[in-house]
Design a protein around this ligand. Sequence first.
Ligand SMILES: CCCCCCCC/C=C\C=C\CC(=O)SCCNC(=O)CCNC(=O)[C@H](O)C(C)(C)COP(=O)(O)OP(=O)(O)OC[C@H]1O[C@@H](n2cnc3c(N)ncnc32)[C@H](O)[C@@H]1OP(=O)(O)O
Length: 338
Amino acid sequence: MAAVLRKLIQGRLPALAGVLCRRSGNEGHLFLNSSGSTLMQPRCGYSSPTESVIVEMDKATGVALLKLNIPPVNSLSLPLLTELAIVLDKLEMDKHCRGLILTSAVPNIFSAGLNLFDMMDKPNEHYSEFWRAVQEIWIKLYGSSLANIAAINGSSPAGGCLLALCSDYRIMANNPHFTIGLNETRLGIVAPFWFKDTLLNTVGKRTTEISLNLGALYSPTEALSLHLVDRLVPETQLLSAATEEMGRWLQVPDHARQITKSMIRKSTLEGLLNQREADIKNFVEFISRDSIQKSLQFYAQSLQKQKQHIHPPSSSCRQQISSVTFARSPWYSLIQRS
Ligand SMILES: CCCCCCCC/C=C\C=C\CC(=O)SCCNC(=O)CCNC(=O)[C@H](O)C(C)(C)COP(=O)(O)OP(=O)(O)OC[C@H]1O[C@@H](n2cnc3c(N)ncnc32)[C@H](O)[C@@H]1OP(=O)(O)O
């Protein structure tokens, strides 16, 4: 196993690692609550409505099914990112775990990306802590030694798309109402270089150029044609398809797959590892600008206004509004031609 992957796993959040507990009587299930403090309590990990990361471990195959569970949209807040980091460390250190399937427990949403409210109207110290946590998740997921498959069962903009891009293979539910892509520029913000690099490594330069500049969100069919996802299946078959695909990845001896993955991803990972502090500084400087704060506020309000226009906002209606607003992309034809 190449040193870079191990380096990523070791020594991160050491005080928090090991606080996960297994649910007695339901072997192989790890549950965490959204408040860090509850992790220490004896009943930790049981099926309370506040569970934000659910892990179901199949001990026979060594495959962990990880479900994000923060309704309404699985936005990546500081507490969620912190918990996710702990879970990923735990799985990485579990010598029986060989594969990870990442999905969502929230219907129709994989993840809405970074929590907008963690980037608005906060002191610089908060922005700094938040961004470090975002970096941490990318480093852990993109550098994971586990075979990692994303089962994308809903919309996946921005940071949600990044989570999926960290996987080795992406399977998306073929629902035309779902969208995926790095839409940061639409919010008036800029995808950082390591978001860009992750997309670039997946879809190539020209598609990255068009997608990032325009902040494009794609339907599953569009995403497949651009290789942003690897396969589409009907929603009902998503988990079985992911499990079957995982079988293919686990047929390869772990060490050979891990070294190969490291070889391919090492330089991209080092791009951030070598300048984490500078990247945090850039983020804080950028996000705290008045103009950026105004853009984010405007965007957050526009999300809420969409709902106010429709009474009552049925979930199918809301899905359509989101699709119409973000998905139909005139520039898609440009990419098709390129
Ligand atoms: C010099 C260079 C320096 C470089 C510096 C780098 C700077 C980089 C900075 C930031 C990078 C950020 C990456 C991100 O991930 S930004 C987040 C982008 N996310 C989005 O654009 C998604 C927005 N949401 C949606 O499109 C929809 O909500 C959707 C996910 C499609 C679900 O639609 P629907 O089911 O219709 O649900 P609603 O829209 O009604 O939303 C329900 C409630 O959830 C709230 N919400 C939605 N998204 C977020 C979010 N990302 N964060 C927080 N909250 C969110 C929404 O407001 C609704 O709330 P409420 O019920 O109170 O109205």
